[in-house]
Design a protein around this ligand. Structure first.
Ligand SMILES: [Zn+2]
Length: 82
């Protein structure tokens, strides 16, 4: 599988944690990712399936002791539609 084929696959298969939401693949130009060893980092614009895009995302911060104590935001645990 070529890199562009892999990107197309990832873009068309959002993570299962987004199943209850609308997830549209987008490019995050200028964003810096840790990469976790990968150069393909799919990003999705999420919204409620009712069409509302102004909800709140619930998650939590986690500090990874195995990666220089880097703190990351783990989400979405929940998308709260107003
Ligand atoms: Zn909604």
């Amino acid at each position: 599988m070529t890199k562009s084929e892999m990107r197309a696959y990832l873009d068309s298969h959002p993570p299962r944690c987004l199943n209850e939401l609308s997830a549209v693949p987008v490019d995050m130009i200028g964003a810096v990712f840790d990469g976790h060893g990968e150069d393909l980092n799919p990003v999705f614009h999420i919204s409620c399936k009712c069409g509302n895009e102004t909800g709140k995302v619930r998650g939590y911060f986690w500090t990874n002791p195995d990666y220089n104590d880097m703190t990351v935001f783990i989400s979405p645990l929940e998308f709260i539609c107003p």
